[in-house]
Design a protein around this ligand. Structure first.
Ligand code: AMP
Length: 450
């Protein structure tokens, strides 16, 4: 099947060509014909499946006819980053159409958004809170709305946005097309879909399991050695673009600082940062200025960064589904990627839950030469939620070599079923990039945006 068969407007086809899309992805193949016919759609699809274009393209086609300068299509999404990302897809696919769009989210001033609305747009990509503010202020009306898309509905539910979404649905014209996309279908989202959609087409792409191109491994480790092991892994792995997940904002920040201090091009992304800093972190990670992004689950959903080679769970995700979202950041669009998870004894139940979800055992790995018995860590990252320890030089049992990988099996390894394996391919790439201390200081300032 080719995009030609959808018979898009030539100006839309030009955008599709610009992006180099040749063949529709499965979700595009299934959703687009029905969405073009005006039918409501529920798309249950994991990230990286091409779902954004699956709803953007039919919206553009609809807007090619009819009046301009009014908000006729709206996409509701949970985070500002996702809003910007969707806006980017609209701008790229709609480049030759003259269709205009605006993003509306909190954390930035109203004036720019109001001016943009006044100049006239056809599509609004919004986060729920700021949209409701605009509606209350009368700076935006939904009276001309023909198409409403709810993206990442399960995340909106997780973030407590469902009451806002229900209000938006009540304020939107009844006679509209509604599309809902969600990676998973918790009961709350299912009942929202029942209320808001009419005779929807339901398309499910894959299970809510991670994309097949990702390889998974877990690394059992004592909590206090996590940072040391992480650095060993970074040193030994050809990890060009690494997304590291932590449990809390504070941990993302502190770990990012620790890595930057060690000379890595690292920065952090979490909800405590201003919108400008969040965007700068994401842009810097996208364009390669930063090689490592430490992040909370904020970054786990929907964010499309091409070329992520590795996702590392520094902390175990809170649910097996969250694991899916996190590792959905790598292996996107069928690129191969690696998902590495550091696990402590307390994570055993979650490891089993993830294994059930992905339907296969996670490979236990250990790093030869890494001293799993060390009482203290050389690369400590002090978190408020971990007890302070004295920093000391790491005790290596042996310098790691490929010819003679050595691993001393520890009682903990035995408990967690870890087995010694060869370390990931050591390219020395990251090591080669590690600068001297002065350079590290300079980069530290750089990473802080100074
Ligand atoms: P999404 O799931 O919408 O975030 O898309 C994941 C990635 O797939 C994005 O980088 C898209 O640009 C890319 N993509 C979407 N549709 C296609 C297609 N038909 N052919 C090639 N790449 C695509």
């Amino acid at each position: 099947m080719s995009f030609e068969s959808f018979r898009f407007h030539p100006q839309i086809n030009a955008g599709i060509r610009d992006l180099g899309y040749h063949t529709p992805t499965p979700i595009q193949e299934q959703v687009i014909p029905h969405a073009l016919a005006g039918r409501d759609v529920i798309g249950i699809a994991q990230t990286g499946t091409g779902k954004t274009a699956a709803f953007v393209l039919p919206i553009l086609q609809r807007l090619m006819r009819g009046p301009r300068g009014r908000v006729r299509a709206m996409i509701v999404t949970p985070t500002r980053e996702l809003a910007e990302q969707i806006q980017g897809v609209i701008e790229a696919l709609g480049k030759h159409t003259g269709i205009r769009s605006v993003t509306l989210y909190g954390g930035v001033g109203y004036q720019g958004q109001i001016q943009r609305l006044r100049r006239g747009v056809e599509i609004a990509v919004v986060c729920p809170g700021r949209l409701l503010d605009h509606l209350e202020r009368g700076t935006l009306t939904l009276e001309h709305l023909e198409s409403l898309t709810l993206d990442e509905a399960d995340q909106m539910f997780d973030m407590g946005f469902l009451p806002d979404v229900r209000r938006i649905l009540r304020l939107a014209p009844v006679d509209r097309q509604t599309m809902l996309f969600s990676a998973t279908m918790p009961d709350a989202v299912r009942s929202l879909a029942r209320e808001a959609l009419r005779d929807p087409l339901i398309v499910q792409i894959g299970r809510s399991a991670p994309v097949a191109t990702v390889t998974h491994a877990i690394y059992p480790v004592p909590e206090h050695l996590k940072t040391s092991l992480l650095i060993e892994l970074l040193e030994r792995t050809d990890a060009r673009s690494v997304l590291i997940f932590t449990r809390t904002k504070h941990r993302a920040q502190r770990l990012g600082e620790t890595l930057a201090r060690l000379g890595y091009r690292a920065t952090a992304l979490h909800g405590n940062l201003s919108q400008n800093r969040r965007q700068a972190a994401l842009d810097g990670f996208r364009n390669g200025r930063y090689q490592i992004l430490t992040a909370t689950d904020l970054a786990a959903r929907g964010i499309d960064v091409a070329h992520i080679t590795h996702v590392i769970n520094y902390d175990m995700p809170p649910t097996a589904e969250a694991y899916t979202h996190r590792i959905g950041r790598t292996g996107r669009a069928a690129r191969s990627g690696d998902a590495l998870t550091l696990v402590t004894r307390s994570d055993a139940a979650m490891v089993r839950a993830i294994e059930r979800l992905i339907g296969e055992p996670l490979k236990r790995e250990t790093v030869p030469g890494f001293d799993y018995n060390a009482a203290t860590s050389a690369h400590e990252t002090r978190f408020d939620d971990t007890p302070s320890r004295h920093a000391a030089a790491p005790r290596r049992s042996e310098p790691p070599t490929h010819a003679t990988p050595r691993h001393r099996s520890t009682p903990r390894d035995q408990e967690t079923g870890a087995r010694p394996v060869h370390a990931p391919r050591m390219t020395g790439m990251m090591r080669a990039e590690r600068p001297d201390r002065r350079e590290a200081r300079r980069r530290r300032g750089y990473a802080r945006g100074e």
